[in-house]
Design a protein around this ligand. Structure first.
Ligand SMILES: CC(C)(COP(=O)(O)OP(=O)(O)OC[C@H]1O[C@@H](n2cnc3c(N)ncnc32)[C@H](O)[C@@H]1OP(=O)(O)O)[C@@H](O)C(=O)NCCC(=O)NCCS
Length: 168
């Protein structure tokens, strides 16, 4: 899977070596509670979540990348394309450790992931499923050019579908 570089970030494949950082990120209830793909906060929950993102890459050939801060080498979170079984389209998503919120990193990674979906995955449309109360994620979606499309039920939750078409 390709690695991407943006102004401040490196997006590289997630590996098992990210587990400690990944578990620390999800242990924060403010992080876990934002996710439309609901996940708990325990290390075992984080292990299964990380394994799912790595497994998604094996099955689909793409997945969320680990987002790394170039200046420090710190693990920032994960972001990237995503389409597990039952997901209603090709998605892009983002999830950052709490200490990295408020720096523009999610939008920076999200824009790179979106461009990857259109150029490398030849997507006609890219969507994001967002819990209605998640104002920060809605703001990221709007920053990368998504617009509200409609609501849907996904894995027992009502979610907003944001998205955009391939640029002409
Ligand atoms: C959703 C989430 C990724 C949003 O992160 P975020 O840091 O708010 O989003 P952005 O990366 O777009 O950053 C925007 C903020 O950075 C600020 N910022 C600071 N420096 C910046 C820079 N150089 N460039 C751009 N923005 C910058 C912006 O002003 C903005 O601040 P504001 O929110 O106070 O207005 C984060 O809250 C998160 O990981 N939540 C938990 C998981 C989650 O909910 N995931 C989404 C599931 S759908």
């Amino acid at each position: 899977m390709t690695m991407l570089e943006t102004e401040r970030l490196l997006l590289r494949p997630l590996t098992g070596e990210d587990f400690d950082d990944y578990a620390a990120m999800l242990a924060d209830p403010d992080v876990a509670s934002g996710l439309a793909e609901s996940v708990g906060t325990s290390p075992a929950d984080a292990w299964r979540s990380l394994a799912t993102f790595i497994g998604h890459r094996e099955i689909r050939g793409y997945s969320h990348w680990a987002v790394v801060e170039k200046a420090t080498g710190s693990f920032v979170g994960r972001a990237g394309p995503w389409q597990p079984h039952g997901f209603p389209g090709l998605g892009v998503g983002w999830c950052l450790a709490r200490r990295h919120w408020g720096k523009g990193y999610a939008a920076e990674a999200g824009r790179a992931a979106l461009a990857y979906c259109f150029t490398e995955l030849a997507a006609e449309q890219v969507i994001s499923l967002i819990l209605p109360a998640n104002a920060r994620s809605i703001a990221v979606a709007e920053r990368i050019g998504h617009r509200y499309l409609h609501d849907t039920e996904y894995r027992g939750q009502s979610v907003h579908v944001y998205g955009q078409q391939r640029p002409t």
